[in-house]
Design a binder for this molecule. Structure first.
Ligand code: P6P
Length: 339
């Protein structure tokens, strides 16, 4: 291979974060250190997921370790890794995890100014099937004087400082965006142990005839949702029907939608009046990514997802997100039902 084809100016996540920090003269470096702890947790989780498949399939290391502890489920391992990384960063005051009923306050770091919300391993029920699972995260900066109580965390996604998600597939992917910034994709080079910028400035296509929803819930859908989905499947103006793509793992469905375009929906319905997905660590972080990539994200009341305020840390919401024009179709159809 000629040397001219080898990229010797690789942008790692570490370099990207350093360059980002340099753009903000007032930056203390705390956010950068927090992101380094984040990326370490992603590398560790990626490692365990790769090994877990091997362990489960081949029984390597047996069902318990030398001290007789039960083999932890991956969600617990992922959660433990994430909590340890956030705690040891010394930059996080409080953490919300899908795996933890209550908030986790790091009282040993009373001056830390960041709050992190996360789903350490979203979609973990799909793990045995080899489906991509991932971590979804959001970062808030606490108000001056806030001590990181639950009330400090009931914020709209518009106050997110950054958010993103990872996808632990053949090679781990990380998609991250800062408030008012672009969306950047990084691929984990397992040999280097570095996330490499592979998808700079990701833009969600404005339209795409792909819809991603669990049609197994259609019995429970409200009329506007039924009319909307039927308009894609049985087009009246002579267009071709949309393609259906549903993986059942939010990070995988979201990543495909970000890359190819289309729409992902988990509507609130008669069975789940508030929807299934959690506002703080699934809907809001994803909504920030899609808005920063030129897409849209709304809830089942057609409100901008980023403006929805959770009533409690595990509060849920319906969500439609993806290509700007595809989400607009949902809004237009719902308008017909407004009283
Ligand atoms: P359903 C996975 O359990 C999850 O939380 C998301 O990752 C995914 O989008 C959704 O639930 C799938 O839910 O009801 O279609 O299986």
């Amino acid at each position: 291979v000629g040397t001219e084809t080898i990229n010797t100016d690789i942008v790692t996540l570490t370099r990207f974060l350093t360059e980002e920090q340099a753009k903000h003269k007032e930056a203390t470096g705390d956010f950068t250190l927090l992101c380094h702890a984040l990326q370490f947790s992603f590398k560790s989780i990626a490692y365990f997921i790769r090994r877990a498949t091997l362990i489960n399939l081949t029984g390597l290391a047996g069902s318990s370790n030398t001290t007789g502890d039960d083999q932890k489920k991956l969600d617990i391992i992922g959660d433990d890794i994430f909590i340890a990384a956030m705690r040891s960063s010394g930059r996080v005051r409080v953490l919300v995890s899908e795996e933890q009923e209550k908030i986790i306050s790091f009282d040993e770091h009373p001056d830390a100014r960041y709050a992190v919300v996360c789903d350490p391993i979203d979609g973990s029920s799909n793990l045995d099937a080899g489906v991509s699972v991932g971590t979804i995260f959001g970062i808030f900066k606490l108000e001056e004087g806030a001590t990181g109580t639950e009330a400090d965390l009931l914020k709209p996604g518009t106050e997110l400082v950054a958010s993103g998600f990872t996808m632990y597939g053949a090679s781990a992917m990380l998609v991250i965006t800062m408030k008012g910034g672009s969306v950047n994709g990084f691929t984990l080079d397992n040999a280097l142990g570095e996330f490499i910028l592979s998808h700079p400035n990701m833009r969600c296509p404005q339209s795409r005839a792909i819809y991603s929803v669990n049609e197994g819930n259609s019995l429970y859908w409200e009329d506007p949702v039924k009319e909307y989905v039927n308009s894609l499947k049985y087009p009246t103006e002579g267009g071709k029907p949309y393609s259906a793509r549903y993986i059942g793992s939010m990070v995988a469905d979201a990543y495909r939608t970000l890359l190819y375009g289309g729409i992902f929906a988990y509507p609130a319905d008669k069975k789940s009046a508030k929807g299934k997905l959690r506002i703080l660590y699934e809907c809001a972080p994803m909504a920030l990514v899609f808005e920063n990539a030129g897409g849209q994200a709304i809830d089942s009341h057609m409100r901008r997802m980023l403006e929805v305020v959770p009533e409690h840390i595990h509060d849920r919401s319906g969500i439609f997100l993806g290509s700007y024009n595809e989400v607009q179709k949902v809004i237009d159809i719902h308008k017909k039902y407004e009283k």
